[in-house]
Design a protein around this ligand. Structure first.
Ligand code: AMP
Length: 113
C-alpha cells in the first residue's frame, strides 16, 4: 500500500519542521498555519481517521492526546489552545491519516466555521 503524506513525513522522506517525536507519534508544524502556533500530531501508524480507529488503537489514541497536551505545554501555550480532529468530507478532512491539530497563540472563536 502506498504511504500517506504524513507517513512520509514521519519517515523523514518529506521535509517538515518536527517539534516532537517518539516511537508512536510525530508532531510537526502545519504548512499552512491557521494560528500563530499550528502543529499537527499524528500516529506513526496510518490510522485513516478517528471514525475508523479500532479497539486495538485504544492505547495509541490515549498516547496521541497526552502527547498533544505535552507538545502544547512545550510550545508555551499556557494561555490556552484548541485541539481539532477533522473527520470525513463534512468534517473538513483533507489528509486521510489521523491527525490532531494543535492551534494556539491567539484567542479562538466559537462556533468554529
Ligand atoms: P485536515 O484538513 O484536517 O485533513 O488537515 C490537513 C492539514 O495538513 C492542513 O492543515 C494542511 O495545511 C496540512 N498539511 C498538508 N500538507 C502538509 C505538509 N506537507 N506539511 C505540513 N502540513 C501539511
Amino acid at each position: 500500500m502506498e504511504k500517506t503524506l504524513f507517513q512520509r513525513i514521519c519517515d523523514q522522506e518529506l521535509p517538515a519542521q518536527i517539534v516532537f517525536q517518539d516511537d508512536q507519534v510525530v508532531a510537526f508544524r502545519d504548512i499552512n498555519p491557521q494560528a500563530p502556533t499550528h502543529v499537527l500530531i499524528v500516529p506513526r501508524k496510518p490510522v485513516v481517521r478517528i471514525g475508523e480507529a479500532q479497539p486495538d488503537d485504544h492505547a495509541l489514541l490515549g498516547h496521541l492526546l497526552l502527547k498533544a497536551a505535552e507538545v502544547a505545554r512545550t510550545l508555551g501555550l499556557e494561555a490556552g489552545y484548541r485541539l481539532v480532529i477533522n473527520n470525513g468530507p463534512d468534517g473538513g478532512e483533507a489528509v486521510p491519516h489521523l491527525h490532531v491539530h494543535i492551534l494556539g497563540g491567539r484567542r479562538m472563536t466559537w462556533p468554529p466555521g
